[in-house]
Ligand binder design. Structure first.
Ligand SMILES: NC(=O)C1=CN([C@@H]2O[C@H](COP(=O)(O)OP(=O)(O)OC[C@H]3O[C@@H](n4cnc5c(N)ncnc54)[C@H](OP(=O)(O)O)[C@@H]3O)[C@@H](O)[C@H]2O)[C@@H](O)CC1
Ligand SMILES: Nc1ncnc2c1ncn2[C@@H]1O[C@H](COP(=O)(O)OP(=O)(O)O)[C@@H](O)[C@H]1O
Ligand SMILES: [K+]
Length: 528
C-alpha cells in the first residue's frame, strides 16, 4: 500500500514541515526542481550526456516556481533554455517570485500566449525538452486561454514538432488535470485531445489522486515520484481514513498456515442461474477456490444440476432451487460467505434468493444481476449490511446510485472536482457496506470512509481485462478471500489487485477462464 494524497493533504504536510522550522518553502521548491531534472536525466540518459535546448512553460503559482528552478538548473548544465510565463510576474507567490528573479539573472522571460507558442514551435525545431510547469495542485477552475498551448504540447509529445519529438515533462501533474479527481478541467465539451499529454510526470512526495483517477492517467505515459524530504511528515492531523491507499503487492496476507485444514479457509456458496446461464457462477466459483477458499459449492437450481455437474470437479454442487432450499443450505454454519449475481437472473426467484441471502447476515458478495435487483427494490437494498461487498461496473453503479453517478458525470466547473473516490465513498455510506466501483481505476470504499484504489494503469495497464466474465471472476476472488477470513474491504482491494496481476501475468489473448488459473504463477511471484 502507498498513499495517494489530495492537494489539501499535500499542502497540510508542506505547511506543517515549514512551520516546524526544519525546511523553508524555498528549499522545498529547490528540491522539487532538482527532483524533476534528476528524473528527466534518469528517464532519458542521452539528455544528461550533452546539453540541449529546452522550453519551460511557467504558470502563475508555485508550479511555475518549480519551472523557474528547473530552467536555472538546466542552464547551469549548459542548456539553452527559453522561459515563458503565463501571468503577471508581480503577482507570483513569494517563493516563485524569488526563483523568477533568480532566473532573470540568467535569461529572459516572455509572456506565454497561444500566438507566441505557435511561433516558438516554428522557429525552434531543435528543442529537445518541453517542461509543463503551468498548473499543479493549485488548479481551481478551467482555463481557456491556453487551449492551443495545451494541444501544442500534446502534439509535440505525439511527434508533430518538425518531425522532431521533444520530451514533454509535466511538473507534479499535467496542467489542466484536477489533482484530486483526475478530471480534465477544460472548456465544457473540449476534446481531451487538448489536454497536456506528457511523456513523464514528476510528482512530489506522493502521487496525487488525480494521477490515477478518471482522465488523469491519459495526461502522462509515466508518473514518477521525487522525494523532497517530507518522509517523516506523513499526515499531521489528517485522519487515517481520509488518506486513500493505492494497492500494491506488499503485505497481502495470503499465506496459509501449515497446521490449517480445509475448513480453516472457509466454505463459499456461489449461487448459479438457471439452465443455460450457469457459466458465470462457475467462473466465480473457480476464482474463489483458486484464491484459497477451503471449500466452494455451487448452489444450482434443479434445472441446471446436470449442466453444472458436467463441468465441476473440485467444486462441489448442491441443489438450491429456491429461497427455501437456500435457508436449508444455510443451516450449515460452515458456509461463511455467499456470492450472488453472476447470471443469477432477474426473476422473482432470484430476487427472493438475494433477500434470503441478505437476511442471513453472512459475508456476501453481490455482483451483476444481484445489483440490478437491488436497484429495483428499495426493500432489498435496505437489507444490505456491513458484511456485504457490492461490485458495480459503471452501468450498474448508475442504476444503483443514479444521483451520485449524475454528480460524478456533471461537467466540473471548479476544482477540486467531485471524484470517483467521493462517489464510491458516498455510495458505500448509503449502502452501509463496502462498494468496489470497477474500471481501470477501481475504487473500493467502506461506510466509515476508508478508500483504496487498484490502478490498472501505466505499467499495470491491463486492457485485456475488458472481457466478458472478468467481473464474475473478480466476484469469486473477493468471495474466496472473505471465506479465508479477510474483512470485506481487505478482500475487495486484495482481489482487485490480484485480478490485475493475473491479467498482466497471462498477457494478451486473456479470456475470463484464464484469470483463476493465472493465480498460482502470480502467487509464486509474490513469494507464496
Ligand atoms: N505542496 C508542496 O509541498 C510543494 C508544492 N510545490 C509546487 O507547488 C504547486 C502548487 O502550487 P500552487 O498552490 O501555487 O498552485 P499552482 O498549481 O501553481 O497554481 C495556482 C495558481 O494558479 C491560479 N489558477 C488556478 N486555476 C487557474 C485558472 N484556471 N486560470 C488562471 N489561474 C488559475 C491560482 O490563482 P487563484 O485561484 O488564486 O486565482 C494560483 O495563482 C505544486 O503543484 C508543486 O508544483 C513544490 O514547489 C514543492 C512542494
Ligand atoms: N480497460 C480496462 N483496464 C483494466 N481493467 C478493466 C478494463 N475494463 C474492465 N476492466 C476490469 O474488468 C472487469 C470487468 O467486469 P465486468 O464489467 O463486471 O464484466 P463481466 O460482467 O463481463 O464479468 C472489472 O474488474 C473491471 O475493473
Ligand atoms: K504541471
Amino acid at each position: 500500500m502507498t498513499e495517494l494524497l489530495t492537494s489539501a493533504q499535500m499542502r497540510a504536510i508542506e505547511q506543517a514541515v515549514i512551520a516546524s522550522g526544519t525546511v523553508t518553502g524555498l528549499e522545498l521548491m529547490e528540491r522539487a526542481g532538482h527532483g524533476v531534472v534528476g528524473a528527466v536525466f534518469q528517464e532519458w540518459p542521452t539528455l544528461a550526456a550533452t546539453s540541449h535546448k529546452a522550453v519551460v512553460l511557467c504558470g502563475p503559482g508555485n508550479n511555475g516556481g518549480d519551472g523557474f528552478v528547473i530552467a536555472r538548473l538546466l542552464k547551469h548544465q549548459g542548456w539553452d533554455v527559453d522561459v515563458f510565463l503565463y501571468g503577471d510576474p508581480d503577482k507570483l507567490p513569494p517563493d516563485a517570485r524569488t526563483n523568477y528573479e533568480r532566473w532573470c539573472e540568467l535569461g529572459k522571460v516572455e509572456a506565454l500566449t497561444e500566438d507566441v507558442i505557435d511561433s516558438y514551435a516554428e522557429n525552434n525545431p531543435e528543442t529537445a525538452l518541453a517542461v509543463d510547469a503551468i498548473f499543479g495542485t493549485g488548479l481551481t477552475r478551467p482555463f481557456f486561454s491556453l487551449a492551443r498551448v495545451q494541444s501544442k504540447l500534446n502534439s509535440w509529445q505525439a511527434g508533430s514538432f518538425h518531425g522532431n519529438r521533444p520530451k514533454v515533462v509535466s511538473v507534479d501533474i499535467p496542467s489542466g488535470i484536477c489533482a484530486d479527481s483526475g478530471v480534465y478541467l477544460g472548456r465544457t465539451g473540449t476534446s481531451l485531445d487538448q489536454c497536456v499529454r506528457a511523456n513523464l510526470t514528476v510528482s512530489f512526495h506522493r502521487m496525487k489522486l488525480g494521477h490515477v483517477l478518471a482522465q488523469g492517467p491519459i495526461g502522462a505515459q509515466k508518473t514518477v515520484v521525487a522525494d523532497i524530504g517530507l518522509e517523516n511528515w506523513s499526515h499531521p492531523h489528517i485522519p487515517p481514513n481520509d488518506v486513500v491507499k493505492l494497492k500494491t503487492g506488499h503485505h497481502l496476507g495470503l499465506a496459509k498456515r501449515a497446521d490449517s485444514h480445509k475448513f480453516s479457509h472457509g466454505h463459499a456458496l456461489v449461487l448459479s442461474g438457471p439452465a443455460g446461464q450457469t457459466g458465470a457462477a462457475r467462473l466465480a466459483a473457480r476464482g474463489a477456490l483458486r484464491i484459497g477458499a477451503g471449500v466452494v459449492t455451487v448452489g444450482s437450481p434443479k434445472s441446471a444440476m446436470l449442466e453444472n455437474a458436467m463441468q465441476l470437479t473440485a467444486i462441489m454442487l448442491a441443489e438450491v432451487d429456491g429461497p427455501q432450499a437456500l435457508r436449508r443450505a444455510l443451516r450449515d454454519a460452515r458456509i461463511n460467505v455467499l456470492c450472488l449475481g453472476p447470471a443469477l437472473g432477474l426473476d422473482a426467484r432470484a430476487a427472493k434468493l438475494v433477500e434470503v441471502a441478505l437476511g442471513a447476515g453472512r459475508r456476501t458478495v453481490l455482483d451483476a444481476d444481484a445489483l440490478t435487483l437491488l436497484s429495483r427494490d428499495a426493500g432489498i437494498f435496505a437489507k444490505l449490511h456491513a458484511n456485504c461487498v457490492l461490485t458495480p461496473h459503471v452501468g450498474e453503479f448508475k442504476r444503483l446510485f443514479p444521483d451520485i453517478a449524475a454528480k460524478l458525470d456533471a461537467p466540473a466547473a471548479t476544482g477540486p472536482a467531485y471524484s470517483k473516490v467521493d462517489a464510491t465513498r458516498d455510495a458505500a455510506k448509503r449502502a452501509g457496506c463496502t462498494v468496489l466501483f470497477k474500471g481501470p481505476d477501481t475504487v473500493i470504499a467502506s461506510p466509515e470512509g476508508r478508500a483504496s484504489i487498484n490502478a490498472s494503469l501505466y505499467v499495470r495497464s491491463a486492457p485485456w481485462l475488458a472481457t466478458a466474465g472478468a467481473g464474475d471472476v473478480l466476484a469469486g476472488f473477493i468471495t474466496g478471500l472473505m471465506a479465508r477470513g479477510f474483512a470485506p474491504h481487505d478482500a475487495a482491494d486484495t482481489a482487485a489487485y490480484l485480478h490485475t496481476e493475473c491479467a498482466l501475468s497471462f498477457g494478451a489473448g486473456l479470456i475470463a477462464e484464464d484469470l483463476p488459473d493465472a493465480l498460482p504463477k502470480v502467487f509464486k511471484t509474490l513469494g507464496l
